[in-house]
Design a protein around this ligand. Structure first.
Ligand code: IVH
Length: 682
């Protein structure tokens, strides 16, 4: 090799390492010793270090890149990533196939079966054979650009293999599943538990968490795998005629594809194959939660089409939950962000379907009492798909008399304050709103994906900030000292800069995210969205009466009271003031707010079924034009708009002499052709 130009030596080393990687990570058939592999890898790295101009992004040394400067960008999927319908038994499978036959207008359907690995779907785009970018499924339309993290997964080829049969297309989007093998998952959890952390509940969660690490170095340290199950689209290249041939093509391009896909010609065959997978499931190195059944021919797939984001040409046969017996060693209490005391079962570790289960959820004290679960009991535990393991029942016959009946603590296990259980609710609460456990959980929630989504601000970092005394409430997250952070062990300049960038982005998030982030009891993403739409700003909501909050469609009495109470609490108001002072946006940039608001000053009440709008649509449209939409008729009401089968509101309006309008008038109000002076507008 000494006489060859350096570029050729480098190319030869890369080809060799790529081949070894492929054999090891895709074929599961290593052909060299670790030492030999490491030697070649080191040699390549040294040559590249000495000749940086020869480094290319598809070199095997380039799997770990830099963290994105400002969190993950959004990626729009050119072809939506659909989801799958489910069937749970033979009858449902038959019914699905019957509907398919009818839609396709044929008497027979060619199927392909393949195992359903429980991970998360991603789309990888290759341009001229090189991995250009990759994204998570997200909501199916928009995902996140996690290219740098995907590049660290060894079973994802950085470049496609040349094949005789298939030319490399200009652009191809390959879809598949990122997952974690059972053994890798167990080992990772062991490490986490040893380090005193919370283990992941299942391989799917741990794969998802690992792929969303802001620094690719962290993802690289997590043992993730990938298999391909379809293509999204091909540009300037031949597309096979069937799903099975697509899998063969992907295999030829160098992907690991779903294990043992099979063509079947009848539902009987499909069902037999489902049963075979069910029997094999425990012996597989990865978790499968069912079998995916697809119609093979693309022509038929097209004829069958898609209904509500689920293709008619595919479905998943979902396996039943697996149950095992173990011993309930203890019940521990964690304190949630709203102060709830959550009982968790600590189990004698038990292998359920190849995964070690150490904990199970117990929901609340009533549930424990109802199932008569005692500490020391033998219990039946079940795991299904990606849900948290559950205790099905205690085996009373196995009792020895040493079991202990559990009762919820009267004092918070974290801060020692009294706990309380209100009438009509199942949960017990810690009464101390500044309980450190609540703060921790509140902050985890505050930065989480459905809230302000601060990339890189993980639970461990939050724990450190709290322990260092740097953070006492959510607002403190916006006034961190990044120079100090850069000095923390394991962080450094780069991580501190990245963190700062994500925190800056979080300041400008839409209002619903902030409302969700605040952790107001009973407010989730959905209600936060409704409240944000209606009130437009924290200030608006702060000033709202219970009645006004209650008038938001979808908001009930308990929720309205809870929102109202939240804004009466001086501690909460202080945090909000601090957020504002730190530059966090407390209002939505509403375009309408600069637009005309012809209905300002009018208070309208809707009742009955409207012809052209749903109630929320009508309310939103009216309030965006400046009207106040109220839930009840009073002297202040300008008009009642009544659809079909109106309630007593019309009677009340008539008693008070308030105009009652209908669908036609509503349409006219919204398109601006209604004479507003008729309902008292000056
Ligand atoms: S095909 C329209 N094939 O299951 C078809 N999905 O529940 C879309 N999955 O989002 C999916 N193994 O994340 C397909 N062999 C397989 C799969 C598979 C696992 C996942 C995938 C998908 C989800 C749907």
């Amino acid at each position: 090799m000494a006489d060859q130009p350096i570029a050729d030596v480098i190319a030869a080393l890369r080809a060799q390492i790529d081949q070894w990687n492929y054999e090891y990570h895709v074929l599961d058939r290593p052909t060299v010793s670790d030492a030999e592999y490491d030697g070649a890898f080191r040699q390549l790295r040294e040559l590249e270090d000495a000749n940086p101009e020869l480094v290319t992004p598809d070199s095997p040394t380039q799997r770990i890149g830099a963290a994105p400067e400002s969190g993950f960008e959004k990626v729009h999927h050119p072809v939506p990533m659909l989801s799958l319908s489910n069937v749970f038994g033979r009858e449902e499978l038959d019914a699905w196939a019957m509907r398919g036959l009818r839609a396709a207008g044929t008497s027979e359907l060619p199927f392909v079966t393949e195992p359903k690995i429980d991970g998360l779907a991603v789309a990888l785009t290759y341009e001229n054979g090189a991995l250009a970018w990759g994204a998570t499924r997200g909501d199916g339309t928009v995902g996140e650009n996690v290219t740098e993290n995907l590049r660290t997964i060894r079973s994802i080829p950085l470049k496609l293999r040349q094949t005789e049969e298939w030319a490399i297309p200009e652009r191809i989007e390959v879809r598949g599943e990122v997952y974690m093998r059972k053994a890798d998952f167990d080992r990772l959890n062991e490490r986490i538990v040893e380090a005193g952390g919370e283990p992941f509940m299942n391989p799917r969660n741990s794969a998802a968490g690992s792929l969303r690490q802001i620094d690719p170095k962290n993802t690289a340290a997590r043992p993730l795998s990938f298999f391909a199950w379809d293509i999204g689209y091909i540009q300037s290249g031949k597309r096979p005629d069937s799903h099975f041939d697509t899998l063969m093509m992907l295999q030829a391009f160098g992907f690991r594809i779903t294990l043992d896909p099979k063509r079947e010609s009848s539902v009987d065959e499909v069902w037999d194959e489902c049963q075979r997978w069910l029997e094999r499931r425990d012996t597989l190195p990865f978790e499968i939660d069912g079998v995916v059944i697809k119609v093979d021919s693309y022509r038929l797939q097209e004829e069958m089409g898609v209904v509500s984001r689920e293709p008619r040409w595919a479905t998943a046969f979902k396996f039943p939950a697996i149950q095992k017996t173990t011993v309930l060693e203890d019940i521990t209490i964690t304190v949630g962000r709203t102060g709830t005391l959550n009982p968790t079962a600590i189990l004698q570790p038990v292998n359920i379907g190849g995964v070690t289960v150490r904990r199970a959820s117990l929901h609340n004290e009533d549930e424990i009492a109802r199932k008569d679960i005692r500490i020391g009991d033998s219990v039946v535990v079940q795991r299904a798909g990606d849900v948290i393991p559950q205790i099905v029942m205690a085996i009373a016959e196995k009792r020895t008399g040493n079991e202990r009946v559990f009762s919820m603590p009267e004092h918070c296990p974290v801060c020692g304050s009294e706990t309380r259980r209100d009438e009509g609710v199942a949960m017990r609460y810690c009464t101390n709103t500044s309980c450190p456990a609540q703060l921790r959980e509140q902050l985890y929630h505050f930065v989480s994906r459905g809230s302000l989504d601060i990339a890189g601000m993980g639970s461990r970092l939050i724990d450190r900030f709290i322990d260092l005394g740097w953070v006492h409430d959510a607002a403190d997250l916006f006034t961190l000292d990044y120079e100090q952070i850069a000095q923390l062990e394991g962080l450094g300049e780069k991580s501190a800069t990245n963190l700062k960038a994500s925190v800056e982005i979080a300041k400008e998030r839409p209002l619903w995210r902030l409302l969700n982030a605040l952790g107001i009891r009973h407010v989730g993403e959905r209600t936060a969205t409704l409240l944000a739409k209606r009130f437009g700003s924290i200030d608006g909501l702060k000033q709202a009466t219970v009645e006004e909050i209650l008038s938001v469609p979808g908001v009930g009495a308990i929720l309205a009271q809870s929102v109202y109470d939240y804004f009466q609490e001086p501690r909460n108001l202080a945090v909000i003031d601090k957020l504002a002072a730190a530059g966090v946006s407390l209002a939505d940039q509403q375009e309408e707010s600069t637009g005309p608001k012809p209905l300002t000053g009018l208070t309208l009440v809707l009742t009955g079924r409207l012809a052209d709008y749903s109630r929320p649509q009508a309310e939103e449209a009216l309030s965006s034009l400046g009207a106040t939409v109220s839930g009840s008729v009073s002297k202040k009401t300008s008009a009642v708009i009544a659809g079909e089968e109106p309630g007593s509101k019309v009677d009340k309006a008539q008693q008070l002499g308030i105009p009652v309008l209908g669908d036609v008038e509503l349409a006219a109000i919204l398109d601006g052709s209604f004479d507003l002076t008729l309902i008292g507008k000056e």
